[in-house]
Design a protein around this ligand. Structure first.
Ligand code: AMP
Length: 117
């Protein structure tokens, strides 16, 4: 039995999901249960279970996740200050993490509340 995460299967093209962005280090696809009109997950190709478990050797990958977010926002036309987007990383149970493969949520397309729930 494969012990790949669901996101690893998407990255490896074993589960179909159109990629909205891909580079050497990360891939991005739409969240299956969107919480906003735009809800994209940006995922490292290397399995890092959660952000607090990343090491110094993951610095380039962590940077690539945020740079990808900016590029996706640019492509979607939401990078200007009068529009905008939110990035969320859930680490662990109290934060609501449900998939143990680091991912950045990119949310946009509606007024997002603060503080978050
Ligand atoms: P988190 O709760 O931060 O771990 O986020 C996991 C996210 O993965 C949730 O927003 C889910 O809706 C999303 N998700 C789970 N399975 C899939 C899938 N097969 N394709 C796309 N998104 C998924």
């Amino acid at each position: 039995m494969s012990d790949k995460t669901i996101f690893q299967k998407i990255i490896d093209r074993e589960i179909p999901a159109p990629l909205v962005y891909e580079d050497e280090l990360v891939a991005a696809f739409n969240d299956i249960q969107p919480q906003a009109p735009t809800h994209i997950l940006i995922v490292p190709k290397k399995l890092i279970p959660r952000v607090g478990e990343a090491g110094a050797e993951d610095q380039a990958t962590l940077g690539a996740l945020l740079l990808a977010a900016g590029k996706i926002a640019d492509k979607l036309g939401i990078k200007s200050r009068d529009k905008g987007f939110r990035l969320v990383i859930n680490h662990g149970r109290d934060a609501g993490e449900s998939v143990p493969h680091l991912h950045v949520h990119l949310l946009a397309g509606r007024q997002l509340e603060w503080p978050p729930g």
